[in-house]
Design a protein around this ligand. Sequence first.
Ligand SMILES: Cc1cc2nc3c(=O)[nH]c(=O)nc-3n(C[C@H](O)[C@H](O)[C@H](O)COP(=O)(O)OP(=O)(O)OC[C@H]3O[C@@H](n4cnc5c(N)ncnc54)[C@H](O)[C@@H]3O)c2cc1C
Length: 476
Amino acid sequence: MVTTALYWYRQDLRLADLPAMRAAIDNGLKLIPCYVFDDAAAGQWSPGGASRWWLHHSLAALDTELAKRGSPLVVRRGETARVLADLAAQTGAEAVYCSEAIDPWARELQSQVADALWETGVQLEARPSALLFHPGTVCTQAGDPYRVFTPFWRACLQQPSPAEPLSAASGKHFVEHDLDSLPHDDWQLLPRNPDWAAGWDELWSPGATGARRALQHFLDNALDSYAEGRDFPAARSTSRLSPHLHFGEISPRQVWHAVQALPEGQDKPAAKFLAEVGWREFCHQLLYFNPEIPEKPFKADFGEMPWLADQTHLQAWQRGRTGYPIVDAGMRELWQTGFMHNRVRMIVASFLTKHLLLPWQWGEQWFWDTLVDADLANNSCGWQWVAGCGADAAPYFRIFNPILQGRKFDPDGEYVRQWVPEIASLPDKYLHAPWEAPAKILAEAGVELGETYPEPLVDHKEARETALQAYGVISG
Ligand SMILES: Cc1cc2nc3c(=O)[nH]c(=O)nc-3n(C[C@H](O)[C@H](O)[C@H](O)COP(=O)(O)OP(=O)(O)OC[C@H]3O[C@@H](n4cnc5c(N)ncnc54)[C@H](O)[C@@H]3O)c2cc1C
């Protein structure tokens, strides 16, 4: 007799390369796919606004794929353990299968769910699926987790190649059903009044099909120039796979093997690209072994840093009104698209933590709410790296000069002109430092500093000195 299991979808919103799903099938079980909205379980790290927009569309895409297999996604709201136990009782499911969690709150939830289901005689079976190398499989010779990226990734590359991705489950692996499920309109994930995500449908394609297309488009069109182009925000040379990877619409093994299958001759950009995927691995293993890093500095002495608390400066940064064009361009790109280029993320994060001396956690929180790829591991590591308090972080005294960064990585101003149109008519020479332009040139470009575009919020040199003094407080 064929028996039934639930497949509990989490951050693995796809059909292919799901080891837990394959394990259930190999055990002769037929699956009912489900998803539970349980914001309370994630607490402070429940998805932010932009992530909720993505989640809505990703779940809808998954639901469509599953419905084609006769087994639409059963979406319910409530305390996860109770919802799963009720659904198991309703359907006679003998087990629940899921992907292994990495985020601390999700691991805690997984263990609570396992205990609660056990009480009802239902087993929870979890298998890793989010990473190439599950945390703990790649360690130093002393058996500790790595704290420095380069030796970590070198050690990863010496491991046996990650296994080939598993094929997608088909209709025969699912139970045909018409179980109650929250209709899409009741998911409460999309913004209303105002709909700040209007137009995002044209920018993004959430879901596994969109993920595969984004990867293919990148490999066909941008990989060749990735190594040189990835630092130039106007170049569109990066993959934009981050939200797809975050929501598990594509697995890192699928990415890895698609790159391995490329014809010879692309080794250098391919290695560079996989090393960035390696940073994702590194951040996730750091979070796994240091669950406090979303809130606390990895380097404990940074707890004494004399951060400021200027809300006006925070708001100017959030709104892209700091008077530093490359910073403002990044913050506006983020607000308008849910994304920001990696180089610009580093520049705006450095500006917040060093020029404005505001706590990195404030920036992390804003990114959490506004990025479509907001990811607990990558976001907290990214912020700690820039602030100087993370594992393998940039030294604190490395303070990005936003003028030189703009001139170097946006030399003809294409990026700034796109996102800060009110200064678009300035000549290249002054575009990244409008306050240096003579009055005549400002007037010709229609720029009135303090009126049409802000004066710089702080003076670069003074801010740099103040930041170094503040750092002196903790470095002795
Ligand atoms: C302050 C700050 C905050 C960040 N917050 C996030 C976040 O919330 N979510 C997120 O996914 N990334 C974050 N990053 C890392 C990085 O900026 C993005 O992963 C990258 O810009 C995504 O674009 P892409 O997919 O085109 O990258 P590609 O260059 O095409 O890289 C391929 C993949 O590798 C991974 N990756 C690339 N760079 C990094 C990195 N530095 N750290 C970890 N993984 C990386 C991503 O999964 C990415 O999709 C942050 C970086 C900084 C400096």
